[in-house]
Ligand binder design. Structure first.
Ligand code: C2E
Ligand code: MG
Ligand code: MG
Ligand code: MG
Length: 291
């Protein structure tokens, strides 16, 4: 059967007869099966606010565990999902799963933003904005608790179309950020026009802080650029206290990285958080009190 072939029919580490194209076809097939079989899950990595050290958000990251092969890294399957177009199906699944989890946290009294990674191909689908709107409507999640992490590649061609779509998303009320910032090719002119609230410094630049002069210069330039554009900055891949302190001094308002925690399943994430504060209750006068 197709399923049996999907299970047994691919190996990632070995060279495949017929070359790379053939192994990609098998990997795409395996991804389709894995989605049907429930072998994809989302893990969540905490985002920490500098101001008070609170967990202010969670980035949803795809995890694929094959019963035979074990864990398969996003770096191994996301590029193939993008090349084949399967990322659109996978991305829609991520959107609905992450929004569902975000709604659960919201109902439990957590004020957490859930961020999802949106590939350029998914972003360019004509019905992308309505998909986001529909998923939000079904879940009842307030739109501002969803963040879409986009990449600079969406701004490279058809910039006007991208801008219109970003404005439609802004009207929906979702938050927008630019992921892996500095690794792409966005021009300053388009950065000025886009309604994107924050830049996410790529971890390749964070890695060399605070000793590598090039990384120091680049991160300083990015934070100054963000300041000039009126955008917030989050750093990813923060692994130690020296990096965190340096980023804080440069004006980063949030960070994410192994210094705090890796991505984990929603249950582990819950255990990691302090107990939720009760939701504010409306009083007779329409003001809010905290219990
Ligand atoms: P990303 O969006 O830049 O996500 C951050 C990556 O850095 C994650 O890798 C995360 O586990 C890792 N990371 C976080 N903190 C640290 C740290 O302190 N040190 C180091 N060395 N790494 C850290 P992961 O989960 O393997 O994901 C890799 C990439 O795959 C993501 O990079 C993203 O581009 C893509 N990806 C993951 N999930 C999705 C998804 O649902 N949709 C799409 N389109 N892409 C996804
Ligand atoms: Mg990301
Ligand atoms: Mg990133
Ligand atoms: Mg990155």
């Amino acid at each position: 059967s197709a399923k049996a072939a999907g299970r047994a029919g691919y190996r990632f580490a070995e060279p495949v007869p017929g070359g790379e194209a053939h192994s990609h076809v098998r990997l795409v097939h395996a991804m389709r099966e894995a989605l049907k079989e429930g072998h994809f899950r989302l893990h969540y990595q905490p985002q920490i606010r500098f101001r008070d050290g609170a967990v202010c958000g969670a980035e949803a990251l795809l995890r694929w565990r094959d019963p035979q092969l074990g864990e398969i890294a996003p770096a191994a399957f996301i590029p193939v999902a993008e090349d084949s177009g399967f990322i659109v199906t996978l991305g829609n699944w991520v959107l609905s799963q992450a929004v569902r989890q975000a709604a659960l946290w919201h109902e439990a009294g957590r004020s957490l933003t859930v961020a999802i990674n949106v590939s350029a191909l998914q972003f360019r689908q004509p019905d992308f904005v309505s998909q986001v709107a529909d998923v939000l409507a079904v879940s009842g999640l307030p739109a501002h608790l969803l963040e879409l992490e986009l990449t600079e590649s969406i701004l490279v061609d058809k910039a006007d179309e991208a801008l219109e779509r970003l404005q439609a998303l802004e009207r929906l009320g979702v938050q927008l950020s630019l992921d892996d910032f500095g690794t792409g090719y966005s021009c300053l002119g388009s950065l000025k026009r886009v309604p994107i609230g924050r830049l996410k410094i790529d971890r390749s630049f964070v890695a060399g802080l605070p000793d590598d002069d090039t990384d120091v210069g680049l991160v300083r330039a990015i934070t100054q650029l963000a300041q000039a554009l009126g955008k917030r900055v989050i750093a990813e891949g923060v692994e130690n206290e020296a990096q965190r302190r340096f980023l804080a001094e440069l004006g980063c308002d949030a960070f994410q990285g192994f210094l705090y925690a890796p991505a984990m399943d929603a249950t582990a994430f819950d255990r990691h958080l302090p107990p939720p504060r009760p939701r504010p209750m409306p009083t007779a006068g329409g003001r809010h009190i905290r219990l």
